[in-house]
Design a protein around this ligand. Structure first.
Ligand SMILES: NC(=O)c1ccc[n+]([C@@H]2O[C@H](COP(=O)([O-])OP(=O)(O)OC[C@H]3O[C@@H](n4cnc5c(N)ncnc54)[C@H](OP(=O)(O)O)[C@@H]3O)[C@@H](O)[C@H]2O)c1
Length: 239
């Protein structure tokens, strides 16, 4: 994708990876819109990035997704990049009493919402790029976040099909982060992992080279692993 003069929607752009991407895209002279559930987080992001445009929106709610699309079509009809970044991660076990409820929320936010946004935003004539944020866990599951890994494997698979079916119209890029230091899954869980800024620098360099599958650190190995390597990773990650 070209890295400048785009109008970009980044879902979940007030924190973590989404915020890192927003900051970097703004530095490259792009117009960036971010959305999320917490108005306070969006306000804090806008204090740091004065040009950013914000929209409160709960992507787990179908009506909110439609409202977001209609608002963009009306006010930002020249939007050309959709970044499906928002996601949640639930640490859970099949024996938990609220397993099903947590799974439902995760599948809605991590799968149904980006699928619906992809369908809605592909109606915009200006849309030329979709970026889906998947995970190294799409390739090798961590059993403590069993449904999360499944949602990312789904999005990995869907992204391959989407790239193929839209190839003459829309460029489809997959960002495949390994564990990074964000608040995903709860504060502190990811503290020991590499920084978002190192990840963002690396994926920007890869986009500049025209790559469409963007890996970093251990996700590079996992994304091209054979069954034997996957089994070895699984045993290391799930002692
Ligand atoms: N950090 C990692 O280790 C890692 C590794 C691989 C992949 N990823 C992926 O990277 C993406 C970003 O995660 P992150 O690590 O940056 O965590 P994060 O800081 O928790 O960011 C997630 C963002 O999604 C938003 N969000 C969650 N549910 C939403 C909803 N229903 N509606 C609207 N926005 C919603 C959150 O905002 P609100 O809470 O305000 O709604 C938040 O800004 C996710 O897809 C995640 O799966 C992360």
């Amino acid at each position: 994708m070209k890295l400048t003069k785009n109008k970009i929607l980044i879902t979940g752009g007030a924190s973590g990876i989404g915020f890192g991407l927003a900051e970097r895209f703004i530095r490259e002279n792009n117009t960036v819109i971010i959305c999320g559930r917490r108005e306070s987080a969006l306000k804090e992001a806008a204090e740091k990035l004065p040009s950013v445009i914000t929209k409160v929106c709960d992507l787990a709610v179908e009506a909110d997704r439609i409202e977001l699309y209609n608002w963009i079509a009306e006010h930002h009809g020249d939007l050309n990049v959709l970044v499906n970044n928002a996601g949640i991660q639930n640490w859970m076990n099949i024996k938990d009493s609220d397993f099903y409820q947590k799974a439902d929320a995760e599948i809605t936010t991590n799968i149904l919402a980006p699928l619906h946004l992809t369908k809605l935003f592909s109606q915009l004539n200006s849309l030329d790029t979709i970026i889906n944020v998947t995970s190294g866990l799409a390739f090798v599951p961590l059993s403590a976040v069993p449904v999360y890994c499944g949602t990312k494997a789904f999005m990995r698979s869907f992204t391959l099909s989407l790239r193929h079916s839209l190839k003459s119209d829309i460029e489809v890029i997959e960002m495949i982060p390994p564990a990074l230091n964000t608040d995903l899954g709860g504060k502190g869980i990811h503290n020991a992992h590499p920084s978002v800024s190192d990840f963002v620098e690396s994926v920007f360099a890869q986009m500049k080279e025209g790559k469409t599958e963007l890996t970093f650190g251990t996700s590079a190995d996992r994304a091209k692993a054979n069954n034997e390597t996957i089994a070895a990773y699984f045993n290391r990650m799930n002692p």
